[in-house]
Design a protein around this ligand. Structure first.
Ligand code: ATP
Ligand code: PRP
Length: 209
């Protein structure tokens, strides 16, 4: 049995074609079903549908053999206990700092709202800026507008969310895409099914370029 951990939404939607090329087609649909374990057309392959931030945990502990997670999530979780064999090139975006349009330059310690606490800490320490990191779970864009923070660290794709809230992207922290992650023990024990799957995903991605 092979268990693949995946989050609902954009990652699931972008992964379906990759799975289909590998001959794996879910029978249940997470959009219409409340099931958290999805059967597929292959009796020995199932998908578990979890929060994006929980994917590395499921894979690290072997509750799933492999999973698909954004690089942002992996940087926060720490990926040293996982194999990360493939950049799937899906759910592409950038992690950036952003401030209100026309915000004055801050000298000294700045307040940063983000759900990416560790990544933000590392980034500001790396550029020698003293930062107080304020952990939020969403709607980061609101924080500078209500005086909670001077700036945010968040995902930017089109920039529409920033623009709609009077913010502007400043520094690029890193480019983000989703990665295939594999449990270390599964990679050994189930090499015969996992490696061909990785190879097939790789081929599909190459054919897209
Ligand atoms: P959770 O549901 O656990 O709060 P989430 O809301 O970040 O997580 P999604 O919005 O489905 O979950 O995002 C999954 C991944 O997709 C993120 O980890 C990130 O790598 C990427 N992502 C997030 N926002 C965008 C975006 N606007 N455009 C492209 N990719 C994005
Ligand atoms: C993400 C991110 C930004 C937005 C950026 O939110 O947190 O708010 O996308 O995309 P844009 O630059 O194209 O506007 P998401 O759509 O995942 O909503 P959520 O964080 O509430 O899940």
């Amino acid at each position: 049995m092979l268990t693949i951990a995946i989050s609902k939404g954009r990652i699931y939607d972008d992964t379906l074609p990759l799975l289909a090329e590998a001959g794996i087609i879910p029978i249940d649909n997470p959009k219409t079903s409340r099931k958290l374990i999805l059967r597929t057309n292959q009796d020995d392959v199932k998908l578990v549908i979890i929060r994006a931030t929980d994917v590395p945990t499921f894979v690290e502990y072997g509750a799933a053999d492999m999973g698909i997670a954004g690089k942002d999530v992996l940087m926060e979780h720490g990926a040293e206990n996982l194999y990360e064999p493939l950049d799937l090139g899906i759910a592409k975006c950038r992690m950036m700092t952003a401030t209100p349009v026309n915000a004055p330059e801050i000298s000294g310690r700045i307040k940063v709202a983000t759900k990416y606490v560790k990544t933000a800490q590392r980034y500001f320490a790396g550029i020698g800026v003293q930062a107080e990191i304020i952990k939020l779970y969403g709607a980061m864009e609101l924080a500078p507008l209500v005086g909670l923070a001077d700036c945010i660290v968040d995902i930017v794709e089109t920039g529409n969310t920033l623009k709609a809230n009077g913010l502007v992207a400043k520094e690029l922290i890193t480019h983000i895409s989703s990665r295939l992650v594999v449990n270390k023990a599964s990679m050994k024990m189930k090499h015969g099914i996992i490696q061909p799957l990785i190879d097939q995903f790789e081929k599909t991605i190459e054919n897209r370029h």
